[in-house]
Design a protein. Structure first.
Length: 404
């Protein structure tokens, strides 16, 4: 599958290839070159679950956010320190069915579809309101679009391992709760193995703490080969607890991946990571998430992906269609307009009243992926949101993805 002309128009009920605008694979484009004007973060209050999740940036006593002092830079990415605060987030805080940990705020991989941007802008807004931002960060709040600050101003949670060790004190309430089978998921709003981890090693420190405990349910989500650096700890954790690695991979096409995920590891690098983890005996599945309508949903491409990861020993494959929340639109829709102009109007229409694509598309995607997983002998994990509808009977003899 080529990265050229990936958009497909609907004709006679099927997607056909169009002539897409060639992008800038492998390059980095600054905000001013994208014709996106700098603006301040929105003052609209975030959804409750975002507000609660963002409370982890506060001090344990509930005080103001840290000053986010600069602690280093790498090319056009700057790193700022923040106190770990409430590191381990309970399900009732986030609205998710598991406990979550995010070692960093923001992510340098710059995936165009990322849903987690709002938390970063909310943290910046809180710091500005409290008057605790250092001058450089205050300037960034004024100058950078929030979606770009998410990628270029990474907040590093200092003291994270100590905060986690205190939360998991043996005999404490949280320790007892987590021993009953509730999961801890690392990397729900950032990649824990993004480039910052190579330098700051926050994630490794957290794994060292988790490796001290028995009987936990632990999940790590990443798209980075850097996770193999920690095979020693992962093996120790797998022997004492239940551990699963969720490796993100949405396409095998290197050029297309570079356009969609401009600074993320290549698909080949992720496949090598999958092989190494499975050879080490670590339970590792692949999340083909999100599937981008009209871009990464060619059934032949999805079949190639399922076949390859199955051959490498993936323990499951999961998939769901793009969910386009408000915070992601400011990054994703201009990207579609520039790179896949034939799809732009259709995306705006389909996602105008909901963060979900239509029911028929989601149902078709689920059936297709289930059939492919059955064909190649890998477990299918169907990710469904609370507002997904129940599947209606549809002719299985003609599985196709039809968005418009």
């Amino acid at each position: 599958m080529s990265g050229e002309g990936m958009q497909r128009e609907k004709s006679s009920g099927k997607w056909e290839r169009g002539n897409g605008k060639r992008g800038f694979p492998g390059t980095v484009v600054r905000a001013e070159e994208r014709d996106i004007p700098p603006r301040r973060a929105s003052r609209v209050a975030p959804p409750a679950y975002v507000a609660r999740a963002s409370e982890e940036v506060l001090s344990p006593s509930g005080g103001a956010p840290s000053a986010f002092q600069s602690i280093g830079a790498q090319s056009d990415i700057q790193y700022h320190a923040m106190a770990a605060g409430r590191l381990l987030n309970a399900p009732e805080q986030t609205g998710m069915g598991f406990w979550s940990i995010n070692p960093y705020v923001g992510c340098a991989f710059g995936c165009t579809y990322c849903y987690a941007r709002y938390a970063h802008s909310y943290v910046m807004e809180r710091g500005e309101a409290a008057g605790t931002l250092e001058p450089g960060m205050r300037s960034d709040v004024e100058r950078l679009p929030p979606w770009l600050a998410f990628e270029r101003r990474i907040l590093v949670k200092q003291g994270a391992s100590g905060a986690l060790r205190a939360s998991l004190a043996r005999g404490g309430t949280r320790h007892r709760t987590l021993r009953t089978g509730e999961s801890i998921v690392i990397g729900t709003a950032t990649d824990p193995y993004q480039p910052a981890e190579r330098r700051f090693r926050v994630t490794r420190g957290l794994l060292e703490v988790l490796a001290e405990h028995k009987g936990l349910q632990i999940v790590v989500i990443t798209k980075s080969p850097l996770i193999t650096r920690d095979l020693d700890l992962l093996s120790r954790m797998a022997a004492r607890s239940t551990l699963s690695i969720h490796l993100s991979l949405i396409t095998l096409d290197r050029d297309l991946a570079r356009r969609i995920e401009p600074r993320a590891p290549t698909p080949d690098a992720r496949l090598r990571t999958l092989r190494r983890l499975r050879e080490a005996g670590i339970d590792t599945g692949v999340n083909c998430m999100p599937v981008l309508p009209g871009i990464t949903d060619d059934p032949r491409a999805l079949e190639a992906l399922v076949r390859q990861v199955a051959e490498l020993g993936a323990t499951y494959v999961g998939a769901c269609a793009l969910r386009l929340q408000r915070s992601a639109r400011a990054r994703y829709l201009p990207f579609i307009e520039r790179e896949f102009p034939a799809l732009h109007g259709k995306y705006r229409s389909q996602y105008a009243s909901s963060h979900q694509v239509n029911d028929r598309y989601r149902q078709g995607l689920g059936r297709l992926m289930s059939k492919l997983c059955d064909r190649y002998g890998v477990r299918w994990r169907n990710y469904r949101s609370d507002d997904d509808v129940q599947e209606a009977p549809i002719d299985e003899s003609a599985v196709q993805l039809s968005l418009f």
